[in-house]
Design a protein around this ligand. Structure first.
Ligand code: AMP
Length: 419
């Protein structure tokens, strides 16, 4: 049965906590952005305050073997500083029995990178390139078998399990999902996970209407499942950014050299038809800022999104598109934003994305619920200084996208006990 961190009695208990400490490090192994460490602190501090001890586990990067470059020892000092207690370090996540057993209430132990072991992901490593299908199958079965022992060892360190790693909630890994079965009555989400789940539910389950989704970014292919899921749920669907041109071309528009995916035009027409059928207001860009080169210094002009001249490409939403979208945003009670509406990394083409951020901030101030989630729109609102002017900014890129696709995330299902 799922427990809750606020009501659970941690007195004298050891909690093994999966966090996402996959922080960026520079060439001197210094942390360049400690957001992920700081976001896990409320959960870790709560356990310590309530008389428990924490065993912290995470991955860092994508090591394929034990590799000092990806050691979590690089972050021990910062974690200690943030947590306010000296954090001990276990150099091998599978050999931490004694250190875990010796932990006293209020103490913390950080385990070495879980992905030093293939068992964390449950995928075989080091297979020869010319391995036969049978060999691949056997290797997979072997790692799945040894994964059981790996997970059991981690579970043996603690009395309860907390998952606070939303960034890996879409993975059925040892520490994110499989371990939960060892704690049938002592498993719970950390505060960060609770916040992310609530944010998703606020949009997908309990949205106050009108509900609007703004989906931008570069490619239809990476967001097709999201669009398909959302078109059946929202009142307004704004499609902007590079992916919009596939829709415009599918409708017969001239898009010049703009980014597009011809093979996805039938899917785009399907989405347009579904929107019509369901009475969803699908809004594509009507006006585009085009450039004669994919460069901040390119020549630009403003044209109809359906009549982009040859030799020019769509780089940002034009003022008429932004005005139409602002009207929709400000009349909505719930707004989800995923993906920039222009090439915001270049200053010359960041205006549209900045305008959406401003509109969201205005809608939030007027009482709407606004969620920014999944990838580059998160980077955009953060860079533009709007992160604290919207209701929630998600920490999970891939996990948020899968949630928006309507998938049940393994990390969430493992705690809730649903499938
Ligand atoms: P995604 O990861 O799919 O959310 O895409 C984000 C990327 O889409 C950003 O790097 C943007 O620069 C890019 N993008 C947005 N609009 C356009 C456009 N009109 N043409 C090319 N790339 C775009």
């Amino acid at each position: 049965m799922q427990q809750f961190i606020d009501s659970y009695d941690f007195t004298g208990k050891k909690a093994i906590v999966r966090v996402d400490f996959n922080v960026p490090l520079n060439e001197n192994f210094e942390i360049t952005d400690d957001t992920r460490i700081r976001r896990a602190m409320p959960t870790l501090k709560k356990v310590l305050e309530k008389g428990g001890a924490v065993i912290i586990m995470s991955h860092l990067g994508r090591p394929k073997k034990v590799d000092a470059k990806f050691s979590l020892k690089h972050i021990v000092a910062r974690v200690s500083e943030c947590l306010g207690v000296p954090v001990q370090f276990a150099e091998d996540c599978q050999k931490a029995q004694e250190q875990a057993a010796a932990l006293k209430p209020g103490e913390a132990l950080l385990l070495e990178n879980l992905r030093f072991y293939a068992e964390e992901e449950g995928k075989p490593r080091g297979l020869a390139e010319d391995a036969s299908d049978d060999e691949k199958k056997a290797a997979k079965a072997a790692v799945k078998e040894s994964q059981k022992e790996f997970v059991k060892t981690l579970a043996s360190y603690a009395d309860c399990y907390i998952n606070d790693a939303f960034g890996t909630a879409h993975r059925a890994h040892g520490s994110t999902a499989l371990i939960a079965k060892y704690f049938p009555d002592d498993k719970m989400f950390g505060y960060l996970m609770e916040g992310e789940i609530k944010a998703i539910d606020n949009v997908l389950k309990n949205a106050e209407r009108p509900l609007t989704a703004i989906i931008g970014g570069s490619k239809v292919s990476s967001k097709l499942a999201v669009l398909k899921n959302l078109v059946g749920k929202v009142d307004n669907l704004i499609i902007g950014g590079g992916m919009g041109y596939t829709f415009i071309k599918a409708q017969g528009g001239q898009i010049g050299n703009s980014l597009h995916e011809d093979d996805l035009m039938p899917e785009a027409l399907d989405i347009i038809a579904t929107a019509k059928e369901k009475g969803v207001n699908l809004s594509l860009s009507v006006q585009t800022v085009v450039a004669d080169d994919f460069s901040n210094e390119a020549n630009t002009k403003v044209v109809s999104s359906h009549a982009i001249p040859e030799g020019w490409e769509g780089m940002d939403a034009g003022a008429e598109s932004l005005a139409a979208w602002k009207k929709i945003i400000l009349s909505s009670k719930t707004i989800l934003w995923n993906g920039p509406v222009g090439v915001f990394e270049m200053e010359a083409f960041a205006k549209g994305t900045l305008q959406i951020a401003e509109d969201l901030a205005e809608a939030t101030a007027a009482g709407a619920y606004t969620l920014v989630g999944g990838g580059d729109s998160v980077a955009a609102v953060t860079k533009m200084g709007y992160a604290d002017k919207v209701s929630y900014v998600s920490t999970g890129g891939g996990a948020m996208l899968e949630a928006l696709e309507g998938k049940v995330l393994p990390g969430i299902a493992a705690i809730r006990g649903d499938k």
